[in-house]
Every structure is written in C-alpha cells, then in structure tokens.
Design a protein around this ligand. Structure first.
Ligand code: DC
Length: 220
C-alpha cells in the first residue's frame, strides 16, 4: 500500500511524512533524496552526461529509514549528508528534469514499495509515479513561510545562510520543478490539499494521520 505527499520545497512534506511514518509504524520513502543521489553522481562525473549515465547504471543505490533519517548509500558508502550540500541542492532541478533520471528513480521506488505500507513524498508521486496510490496529499505553504522553515532547518549546518538566499533558491526550484516538461510538480486531481501556512506542525500531522487511519481501518 502506498500513500503519497507531493508539494513544493519547504512545504513540510518531509518532516510531516517522517512523523506520520513513526506514529503509524509504516515505511517512509524520500524521493527527493534519490534525485539528490543521482545529482551527486552527476557532479562526480563532472557533469558529463555519458559518464553520468554509465555510472548511474553501475552504482548500487540502497536506502532505508531509521531514527528520523532517510539514509542513502552508494556502493555501500553513506551519502546521507553529502546529498544535502548546497552544491547538490543547486544542481538537483537540472538533473531531475532529465527523463532518463526520472525513469531510473521511479523504477527504484516502484520496486521497493511492492512489500509493506509506505508513505512517500516528492513532486510527482500522485500524478506520474503512483497514480493509483490509495491516498494522495498535496502540501502547500506561502513562499515566505517555506523559506523561514528551510532556513531554520539548515541554519545549524550552514550558519552563514540568509533568508533571502533560501527564498531565492526555493523560488527558482519551484519555477524549474513546475515548468519542466518531464513530470512537473503538480497536484493530482484526486489529492487532498493541505495548506500549512497557518498550521502548526502537529496540526498538519494530525490532519493527515486522521485521513490515513480511516483508510487503513477500511482496508483491514
Ligand atoms: O524534496 P527535495 O528538496 O529533497 O527534492 C530535491 C529535488 O528533487 C527537487 O528540487 C525536485 C526533485 N524532485 C523531483 O523532481 N521529483 C520528486 N518526486 C522529488 C523531488
């Protein structure tokens, strides 16, 4: 069974999905982390597409969720922190726009969710990857609020970061993610929209958990 949450950067998908996975004891899947991993491989290939696609086919990418963290390894080496650097963040929309990368990541995800109950988050999960998902949510929030949240999240690791920089980065990614040809960020027609601008974290978690618990009960 698969439940999906889509939405723009900083809308709260990731922290919300992780909390829900812990509360309901289900698995969590972070599709953005997989695009970030592909981006890391692209940067290691010095942005040469031929080398990149060769490496992508050869590398063994594994992932698991534990202790609130979505861990990713490439050939057995952890890349969990490296995929969150500014260098990767700045290049990820460009790499995620490549149709070959999208089908690579989609296949990884579709294989893993065959067993168990998953909550997955991303940009196109309800539209392109799991159109038959049992439950779909689309989380949104004002750009200003999303930038504030992202800054709070990143401040410890990157003390020099400013709100202006974060806002600009998010706005650019919004633009690229929703305007790209291949599977753009888009609300699925049957997704439940949750605007989190004026909700506390616990309120948004409660709202989604309630919907999921109802569906889980129905399928028991
Ligand atoms: O959620 P995030 O910021 O870690 O995602 C990183 C990037 O990956 C985001 O800018 C767009 C891309 N992405 C995507 O294109 N499709 C998804 N399903 C998830 C993420």
């Amino acid at each position: 069974m698969i439940i999906v949450i889509d939405g723009p950067a900083g809308s709260g998908k990731s922290s919300t999905a992780r909390r829900i996975a812990d509360r309901l004891d289900i698995e969590y899947l972070d599709s953005g982390a997989l695009y970030r991993t592909a981006t890391l491989i692209y940067l290691k290939a010095n942005r040469d597409k031929e080398t990149f696609f060769r490496l992508l086919g050869q590398k063994k990418i594994s992932f698991y969720y534990e202790d609130q963290i979505f861990h990713v390894t490439v050939d057995g080496q952890s890349v969990t922190d490296e995929i969150r650097t500014a260098e990767v963040t700045n290049a990820v929309s460009e790499v995620a726009a490549l149709p070959r990368v999208r089908s690579f990541v989609n296949n990884l995800m579709r294989e893993v969710v065959l067993d168990g109950v998953y909550i997955a988050e991303g940009r196109d999960l309800g539209t392109a990857v799991f159109p038959d998902a049992e439950l779909k949510f689309f989380m949104s929030a004002d750009l200003e609020e999303r930038a504030r949240r992202r800054l709070k999240e990143r401040k410890e690791k990157d003390p020099g970061l400013t709100l202006k920089e974060v806002k600009q980065n998010i706005a650019e990614r919004d633009q690229k993610d929703s305007k790209r040809q291949a599977d753009p960020l888009k609300k699925a027609d049957d997704a439940i929209e949750i605007d989190t601008t004026n909700l506390t974290f616990e309120q948004q978690v409660d709202k989604i958990c309630l919907e999921i618990s109802t569906v889980l009960k129905e399928t028991e």
